[in-house]
Design a protein around this ligand. Sequence first.
Ligand SMILES: Cc1cc2nc3c(=O)[nH]c(=O)nc-3n(C[C@H](O)[C@H](O)[C@H](O)COP(=O)(O)O)c2cc1C
Length: 220
Amino acid sequence: MNDERRRERTDGESRDMRVIVGVTGASGAILAERLLQVLRERLVEVDLIITPAGRYIVKHELGAPEKLEELATETYDIYDTAADIASGSQYAGSQNRVALIVIPCTMNVVAKMAHGISDNLLLRVFDVALKEGKKIIIVPREVPLNENHLENLLKLRKMGVIIIPPLMTFYYKPGRIEDMVNYIIQKICDHLNITCELVPRWHTDNTSKMRRDAGDDTRV
Ligand SMILES: Cc1cc2nc3c(=O)[nH]c(=O)nc-3n(C[C@H](O)[C@H](O)[C@H](O)COP(=O)(O)O)c2cc1C
């Protein structure tokens, strides 16, 4: 952990939330990068775990895994299952509000989480977060989805996991990839109760205007 981040971590006022971010080998490393930027701007403490395939994808899509690591408070080795965050005691006794976000999340990790496999640090943290009743958000990315994927995602939803697929959304008139990314990050922040206004929100005024523009005078 660098000194500046360590100082921030011990500054009681700025630290009331701790988010563990897992990055896996699905396409969409830009989503992880943007989330880490937003959390950092809001002084949220971030523990980062990247799978080996995640490192490969981050390198391919962003240039270097270090781009993510320098945005985190601390980065953990995926095989370090003795790390502090692998223990339930870290969560139960902590005054921090702890959450786990896996972004982007592979179908491999979805399957392992759905079936209770915890043979690396990220999967162990999922297991612990689940048993300690912490908020868990995943951003699963694959296309198209097969029967296994869908069944596993349903299993996770039934366990209380919040599932935010990185779907394209158009009603707020995105012009750039960054707008699409911000839309997903805003959704995640909403679920974490973190103030985040990255894209315009929908208002009924928009609906009225849209109907008028379309030549429909019906009141909504
Ligand atoms: C360029 C590239 C893109 C990939 N995109 C995805 C993806 O979007 N979703 C997915 O589930 N797997 C994807 N994979 C496959 C995973 O990286 C692979 O299954 C890997 O074993 C996952 O490891 P992990 O789950 O430990 O990160 C991709 C692989 C490559 C090389």
